[in-house]
Design a protein around this ligand. Structure first.
Ligand SMILES: [Zn+2]
Length: 142
């Protein structure tokens, strides 16, 4: 993938997150004005909590996008922060702001799995690891 294309995708994603964060905080303010009875207050509180959690996830993505954009600037984009190898193209296409190669992210997940629940593990598993080279070796005639 062209680096200019990656930059474009990152900037678009960044803009859409900023926009949705802005909209959710506006909605939040509007709801506060209209609250009348107890049931409404509970609903408003729940909404605020959802918005807050959503915002946290979006802010984290925003943070990762900014890191990716800095890497494009200094020419280190697409390189694993942990081991320094080139991250696979498919992986970068799926998550352009990814910081680790598949191996390192799996190691990190193994560590995480001991301390936290498994709820986020599926995130990285959408990108298959390819074993094409191993398969080719197996298929060689004896
Ligand atoms: Zn790595």
């Amino acid at each position: 993938m062209e680096i200019e294309k990656v930059k474009e995708i990152l900037l678009e994603k960044r803009a859409s997150i900023l926009e949705s964060l802005e909209n959710s905080s506006k909605e939040d303010l509007n709801k506060k004005d209209g609250v009348e009875d107890a049931a409404d207050i509970v609903t408003a509180e729940l909404n605020r909590e959802t918005v807050y959690k959503l915002s946290q996830a979006e802010k984290e993505t925003l943070f990762l996008i900014d890191i990716a954009l800095k890497k494009i600037e200094n020419g280190t984009y697409g390189i694993c922060e942990e081991c320094g190898v080139q991250i696979g193209e498919k992986r970068l296409e799926a998550i352009p702001w990814v910081r680790l190669c598949i191996d390192c992210s799996q190691n990190e997940e193994t560590l995480k799995a001991f301390s936290t629940s498994n709820e986020d593990l599926s995130y990285y598993h959408i990108i298959p690891t390819t074993f094409e080279e191993e398969e080719e070796k197996k298929n060689l005639p004896e």
